[in-house]
Structure formats: C-alpha cells, structure tokens
Design a binder for this molecule. Structure first.
Ligand code: SF4
Ligand code: FES
Length: 357
C-alpha cells in the first residue's frame, strides 16, 4: 500500500483559551495570543499555508494545557516532507477529519543550548525582542512594536525550548542581557563601598521602597475616594455618526474606515445598495477580518465566514452579521447604531436597512 501522511488543512481555537502563550511560542506563524484569547492569524485560514506547518501546529496543539487547539487533516500520498527536519511533532498525527488534540507522536528530544556566536542577522532584532512568553510584558508599557518578527525568534532559537531555556539561550548566545535579580542589583550598586557605606545605601533603598509603597497606597486610596464621589461616565462613541459622502462609496466593495472607530463596515453591494454591517461575529463576538482576495469576512476565533452581504456560510456562526440603520442627509451618509436589522427576522430590505447608491 502506498505510503501516506497527514497534513493540516484547517486550524481553529475552541472556546476556553487561558491565554498561556504556549502556542505562539511553538508556532508563531499561525497563533496570535491576544489580551483575551488566542486567535488564528488571517493568513493561516488557508490550507496551503497550514500544510507545511503541520508539525509545528501539532506541537502547539499537544502543548495547549486546555486542549482548545483543534485542526482538520487530510491524507496525502508520499512520505512526510518534513521527515528528518523536525525533531518533534512530525510523527504525531490526528485521526479523522475533525480531530482535536494530536495522538501519538515522538518523544521530545532533550533540549541543549545552541553553540557558537549568534547569527548577526538576527542579533539586532533579538536584542530588543519582546516575547509573548512573559504574560506581564503584554500589559506593561512596553510598546508592541518592540516585538521581533516571529520568524526571527523562530530561526534563531530552537523549537519547543521551554521559556527558561529560551531565555538562557538568548543570554548565552549574546542575544540578550541577563536580567539582574534584586540581590545582584544591590551588589552592583554597592561594589567598592565600605561596609558602612553599603549599609547606609541599603537602608536608603529600603526607605525609598517604603516611601514608594506608602505613596502607592495613598494614590490608591485617593482613586477609590474619587470612584465613590464622582459619578461614572462611560465614554462610548455616539450611536449616530456621519460616514462621509455618498460619493465616497461609488465603487462596489467593503469600506473599512469606520471599522476601528465605530465597529461598522460600509458595504456597497453588487445590487447597488449601501449597507452598514456590524463587525461583531454572531458566534461569540470576536471581530472578523475582511479578506479581499477571498471576498469574505473571516472570523479568526473559530473560523466563521460571511459573504460580503454579511450572510454566514461557514463555521459555527448561527446567523448573519447585523446591519445598522443607514440614511442620507443631503449628500452625507449617516449610520445609527441604536437601530439594528437582522436578516433572520426578515428585517433586511426594510426602510433604513439600506440606501440606494
Ligand atoms: S496554548 Fe491553548 S490556552 Fe495557551 S494561548 Fe494557545 S490556545 Fe490559548
Ligand atoms: S467568535 Fe467564534 S467564529 Fe467568530
């Protein structure tokens, strides 16, 4: 019988991600761990993209502590193209078309730090690298733009290395400076001082920390008092907004300029109508992306797909995207988000749900 192997054609995240960052470390081309959940990168909603990444995706699925990484495979004739290139994951496979966690698989080889000088091509990038393995870094003031391209980290560091080993490798290879601990910081500060001076410096540091803690506690108290005394105001964008002129939408297509600020796509449909589509996925509320090459909206969370009209056609979304009221005042287009039109309630086509272009 001819030899076959499995290749992944589709990958998605089931509800329940605990934002541990492990999958992005294993396969940054596919997984993007955000504040609330992990999402599949838009380019990974494509079988040609995921097939060659099969071993890394399987490694990520096996490493997901809550087993929410799901994927589908197909049988492909011939030996695994990555056989011998990947030490881990290549032997693992999923059974059936709708598989979840990979079964089987080769045992991970013990990881050893890389030897030799760092590749100068990546050294500069990694020196400033932000890696998602530190959950606090994402919430720090460190700008995300400091993040090194995933491929830089991937090429320079061995796959599957645990976070502390990655840090050791980065430090050992000269990619990053070691982060000194508190004791080491004090030692550096007090080097060359007499015992008396060092003691005085230590006491000053302790006093500084104590005063700092007191200041923080005081600020927190003030904040709580302000919360109590000042009425809460929720600053939301107004429900009615002006969306340019009707002449701005002369071409058939999806206009994205109000997606970020107002959560609305303005769509000039093929039938000559202009509609205002909500950008909230009707499955669990993620924000889909418009993929012009595929002429569809694609939700990165669980793979729901919608036509340009907003009608759902793939994935778990139970109904089409909602439309908002849209109307003209002179030459200007207005959208009123407080009025919604739902296709399944036969509200599309009612006055206010669309205008003629
Ligand atoms: S490994 Fe699993 S739990 Fe962790 S971020 Fe990825 S999907 Fe979420
Ligand atoms: S939120 Fe699940 S597919 Fe969009």
């Amino acid at each position: 019988m001819a030899e076959t192997h499995k290749e992944i054609t589709k990958v998605w995240i089931a509800p329940g991600c605990i934002v541990c960052d492990a999958c992005e470390t294993d396969c940054p081309e596919v997984f993007d761990v955000q504040e609330e959940t992990c999402v599949i990168r838009p380019q990974a909603n494509n079988a040609d993209f995921t097939k060659p990444l099969t071993p890394s995706i399987i490694t990520a699925a096996e490493g997901c502590p809550v087993e929410v990484i799901k994927f589908e495979t197909i049988d492909v004739e011939g030996p695994e193209p990555w056989a011998g290139k990947e030490a881990e994951g290549a032997g693992a496979g999923s059974s059936g078309a709708a598989s979840g966690k990979a079964s089987g698989g080769t045992k991970k080889a013990a990881w050893t730090p890389p030897e030799g000088p760092p590749d100068p091509k990546w050294a500069g990038l990694l020196a400033n690298a932000y890696t998602s393995r530190d959950p606090n870094a994402r919430r720090s003031s460190e700008p995300l733009t400091a993040k090194a391209p995933p491929e830089a980290i991937k090429r320079a560091l061995p796959k599957g290395a645990p976070p502390d080993a990655i840090e050791a490798a980065m430090v050992g290879s000269g990619f990053a400076k070691p982060r000194p601990g508190v004791v080491q910081k004090i030692r550096e500060k007090t080097a060359g001082m007499s015992r008396r001076e060092a003691l005085a410096a230590g006491i000053s540091a302790v006093l500084l920390v104590a005063w700092g803690s007191l200041a923080v506690a005081f600020a927190n108290g003030l904040g709580m008092l302000q919360n109590y005394l000042v009425p809460k105001v929720i600053n939301e964008p107004p429900s009615v907004f002006r969306a340019g002129k009707i002449s701005d939408y002369a071409e058939v297509g999806v206009y994205e300029q109000y997606k970020g600020s107002n959560g609305v796509w303005i769509v000039h449909e093929h039938d000559g109508t202009l509609v205002a589509l909500s950008d909230i996925c009707t499955h669990l509320g993620c924000i889909p992306n418009w993929l012009p090459a595929d002429q569809k909206f694609k939700c990165p969370c669980h793979g729901s797909g919608y036509y340009m009209t907003g009608v759902n056609f793939e994935g778990p979304a139970p109904r089409p995207l909602e439309r908002f009221k849209i109307y003209l005042d002179g030459e200007f287009v207005f959208v009123d988000k407080s009025v919604k039109y739902r296709q399944e309630l036969k509200q599309w086509g009612l006055p206010g749900s669309e205008i003629a272009v």
